[in-house]
Design a protein around this ligand. Structure first.
Ligand code: SF4
Length: 919
């Protein structure tokens, strides 16, 4: 018998032929033989490791488990990882490339070959490039799932066409961090922390859910204490030592009150502050005191934050002053082992939310817990992106449709304003790719997206690259099925903990069959139907665009091993693993493997090297020739004046990638670019501040951003297990507010926004602050025909009516119900609720500085009128346009110093050449 005793996970040396008894054959002992292939989850950004168990009789994926060799996830997953198998086997998935046959949105499709797709789309791109209409080509991504790949593709085409979802997700927090440290994310070393402060329910639903959660629990088991600042009593808050249910948008007031306590009670790290903040620059520029001492600066700090008393913070936030003092002292005692995190949540909900991240990082700076064991590092220290072969030069263009002059400090593209820009005639799109992105459903004001997506004058060709049907794909010209986590290649690395790693996503059936001796030219030949992968699609498309090599594109897609021939995806990664990952060739050789064989075998690699206190890394001697050192700030600059590092203890070290090479308490950038009042960490009152709510009139603050740990925006729509677990999004309302309104759990309530309303059921709870209501954003998927275009596991059948003047009405005709399919589970569906969509009824609120959509809403609750039904949505896109113009008026547009569109040092994805920054 070849079945072995129980194991936590199959040992890697048995992955070619792992044997188990077939559960369905019990009590007979029937052996099943599996090929076990590692890959990477695609269901959130964390990129946890998965092992696919592939039945060697049928070459189909039987199940997914955790990959014990992955340094971040260490064999564990959340519910969404194993549910990848649902997505692979979903009977309603898109299996073949489709082209629209009727009007946009009419739902008529014909099947195409991939060759036809490549020919038709490449012809259009080629035409636009040759006609000099480069800014009409835009690639708009929701979930990238890779590092660096698309930068190479779009820059090889010479376009500034990358558009992301980030300004509806995280760009406010990114700006707050970037202004401090020159990198835009925090990387807390949770497992070594003594005190952890999370803004929101991060542990259960945050950015790096599973890798963070297991390390937070490790810290807790070692005695660390946890504080959670979240208006809702989330699962995370319920397990914390301190729950701080602030009024939405008042978080920075509490954080700065804590900063004041640390200062007043001398619980700060003076040496760190003296060495690593730009305090001298502040004293010169803002106080006119070049001779000021460090203690003078500390006195100024105390003066600046004197008004942030615990009593003031209590008044703003509703958190008792005594609790704020207690938590601040815990932070002070934790010192350098203080781990923090804010990602979406408060930063993404509020006007000025970027200052929440800036104020939180201020606590790390004061305690000297930046880059320390148990502290919080810049994300770049815990992430490794291996460069590919033959990198194209940066583009020379600037695309104003994506980076408009009104938002020079926006951290990412102003993507959610695209419909308004198109309506205003600021430009047109000739070829528009949406990739794992569903703006009609995900973005605010989806009806305005529908209005422009169906308009061929505004968008000439729309290709949706997607693993599943979506409300947006329904409005595309081409629907191109792309693989999920076990059906594609990608390289990914994330700042999940104090360490650096890369993970290799693989098409597991292709890899298993190639292990058995088969060969495939393209991944779609091994995937279900003709589901492809983006890597090969973009290589092939780029090759087709530049048919004769005259456009200068082909050279980036020629094999580094076979000159003149098109690179294969195998060769792309082979070169990277052989040349760009330190330590990998040696690790592979120790096992008698090549680097790509090692990555195909284990699926992940931990990159060696120090990850703590990286700012002390010496400037490399070859860069020191011709440098000079600034008298005041001790900045080491090259001959052109570009900062390279800073002198610390008379040694040149790299510091942080900011203009001062230090952590910038004082942001000269913010000042020079028109916002001098926000040059320091400060509290900005939110657009939904509680003082502007009249509860007697039914006015409340709506939190629409919270996540459920079992769902993933659009992509969980075809994961039956996940839909069985979570399929409702009732409105959380406090007991006292429900009583005032005469509401009980299950009653319908009408939620009025600035541009319309939606009707949802109430859920009465003590787990939310009075005056605030909350609704998870994952629900309310819809479809407009009985079958097809949005998965029936998750969607309601709706009728969408449109009236002149931009009036839209959506009514649910029926909810989820059993249906016949190749999967017998579809006839066992027992739930009916598809939830209620709310984002359609939200106008766009672009923060004038960070560019982030400020998600929280001021709403008015009322009882539904006769005839109103569950799930009804009403929207007026004329009003949403007016609201957009109102927020637009708050901006302070470029140019900035030097007639620039944007500061040269501030991060920008797909960064063009410097000259493109100039008007
Ligand atoms: S946290 Fe869950 S969804 Fe995210 S990558 Fe890990 S297993 Fe997948």
């Amino acid at each position: 018998m070849s079945v072995t005793p129980l194991e936590n996970a199959p040992p890697a040396d048995r992955w070619d032929d792992w044997v188990e008894f077939d559960a369905k054959s019990w009590p007979r002992r029937v052996e099943k033989h599996f090929a076990v292939v590692p890959t990477t989850c695609f269901n959130c950004e964390a990129a946890c490791g998965l092992l696919a168990f592939i039945d060697k009789e049928t070459w189909t994926v039987r199940r997914m488990e955790g990959n014990p060799y992955h340094p971040a996830s260490r064999g564990r997953n959340c519910a969404k990882g194993p549910a990848t198998v649902n997505q692979i086997k979903d009977p309603e998935r898109i299996l073949y490339p489709l082209k629209r046959a009727g009007r946009r949105g009419e739902g008529k499709w014909i099947q195409l070959s991939w060759d036809q797709v490549l020919e038709e789309i490449s012809s259009e791109i080629r035409r636009l490039l040759l006609e000099g209409r480069r800014n009409e080509i835009v690639y708009h991504v929701g979930r990238p799932g890779h590092d660096g790949y698309m930068e190479r593709v779009l820059q090889s085409w010479g376009i500034d066409g990358h558009n992301s979802h980030t300004n509806i997700c995280s760009s406010a927090a990114r700006l707050g961090y970037d202004l401090w440290q020159g990198t835009d994310r925090p990387s807390p070393d949770h497992s070594n922390a003594r005190f952890i402060l999370m803004i929101s329910s991060h542990l259960e639903s945050g950015h790096y859910f599973n890798p963070h959660a297991q390390r937070i629990i490790e810290a807790k088991l070692k005695g660390a204490k946890i504080a959670v600042m979240d208006t809702r009593l989330s699962n995370t808050a319920s397990m914390a030592d301190y729950w701080l249910p602030t009024y939405p948008g008042t978080e920075a007031a509490v954080l700065l009150a804590m900063a004041r306590i640390l200062l007043e009670e001398d619980m700060i790290d003076r040496d760190f502050l003296r060495s690593w903040t730009n305090w001298k620059q502040y004293m010169v520029e803002e106080r006119g005191r070049p001779d000021a001492s460090f203690e003078d600066f500390i006195a100024c700090l105390k003066e600046i934050y004197a008004s942030y008393t615990p009593q003031f913070a209590e008044h703003e936030s509703g958190i008792p002053a005594s609790k704020i003092v207690e938590v601040a002292r815990e932070i002070g005692r934790a010192g350098s082992a203080f781990a923090t995190h804010v990602w979406r949540s408060a930063a993404s909900g509020n006007l000025g939310g970027w200052q929440v991240a800036r104020s939180l990082e201020f606590l790390n700076v004061l305690t000297g817990s930046v880059g320390t064991p148990g502290g919080t590092s810049p994300a770049g220290w815990d992430k490794f992106i291996p460069p590919p072969f033959a990198r194209p030069e940066a583009q020379e263009l600037w695309n104003e449709l994506l980076w408009p002059r009104g938002y020079p400090l926006a951290h990412h593209e102003m993507s959610f304003l695209l419909p308004y820009f198109l309506k205003e005639g600021r430009g047109r799109l000739g070829v528009y790719f949406t990739r794992v992105y569903n703006p009609v459903w995900t973005n605010p004001d989806g009806a305005s997206w529908m209005e422009v997506l169906r308009d061929e004058e505004k968008i000439g060709l729309h290709a949706a690259l997607t693993p599943t049907w979506s409300e947006t794909a329904w409005l595309a010209d081409y629907v191109l099925p792309m693989g999920v986590g076990g059906e594609r290649h990608d390289i990914q690395s994330q700042e999940t903990h104090a360490g650096r790693w890369i993970a290799f996503r693989q098409p597991v059936v292709r890899v298993a069959r190639e292990r058995a001796g088969e060969r495939f030219d393209f991944t779609y030949q091994a995937n279900p139907g003709e589901v492809w992968e983006e890597d090969e699609f973009w290589i092939s498309l780029s090759w087709c665009i530049d048919r004769d090599g005259q456009m200068g594109i082909r050279k980036y897609y020629e094999s580094p091993y076979r000159p003149g021939e098109c690179v294969t995806v195998e060769e792309y990664y082979r070169w990277m693993f052989e040349n760009s990952v330190p330590g990998l060739p040696e690790a592979a050789s120790r096992e008698g493997l090549t680097p790509i064989e090692y990555m195909r075998k284990y699926g992940a690699f931990e990159v060696p090297g120090n990850v703590y206190n990286v700012q002390y890394t010496p400037v490399s001697p070859e860069h020191l020739a011709g440098t000079h050192v600034d008298e005041l700030d001790r900045i080491v600059s090259d001959a052109d004046g570009n900062p390279l590092g800073v002198m610390i203890d008379n040694k040149p070290v790299i510091g942080f990638p900011t203009p001062s090479r230090r952590l910038e308490f004082f942001s000269k950038t913010t000042k020079e670019w028109g916002w001098p009042e926000y040059a320091l960490p400060a509290y900005i009152r939110s657009h939904v501040h509680w003082a502007n709510m009249n509860r007697e009139n039914g006015e409340y603050i709506l939190i629409p951003t919270f996540r459920l740990p079992t769902l993933i925006h659009t992509r969980s729509g075809n994961a039956k297990w996940l839909n069985e677990i979570s399929h409702s999004n009732p409105l959380w309302i406090h007991t006292s507010d429900a009583k005032r309104m005469g509401l009980r759990t299950g009653d319908l309530v009408k939620v009025n926004t600035e541009i319309g309303y939606f009707i949802v059921r109430a859920w009465v709870t003590e787990g939310i602050r009075p005056g605030v209501v909350a609704c998870s954003h994952h629900m309310g998927r819809w479809r407009v025909t009985e079958s097809g275009e949005t998965n029936r596991w998750c969607s309601a059948l709706v009728k969408i009516d449109e009236e002149p003047g931009g009036i839209w009405r959506v009514r649910q005709l029926k909810g989820v119900e059993p249906f016949q399919s190749a999967d017998p589970d579809s006839e066992r569906i027992w739930w009916q609720d598809a939830g209620v969509h709310q984002n359609l009824a939200f106008p766009s609120h672009p923060d004038p500085l960070s560019g982030m959509h400020c998600w929280h809403q001021k709403v008015r609750l009322e009882m539904p009128a006769p005839g109103d039904r569950y799930g009804d949505i009403y929207v007026d896109t004329g009003r949403s346009f007016t609201v957009y113009r109102g927020w637009l008026a708050l901006t302070r547009p470029a140019p900035g110093p030097g007639n620039l569109r944007r500061p040269l040092w501030l991060q920008r994805p797909f960064r063009p050449k410097d000259k493109a920054f100039c008007f």
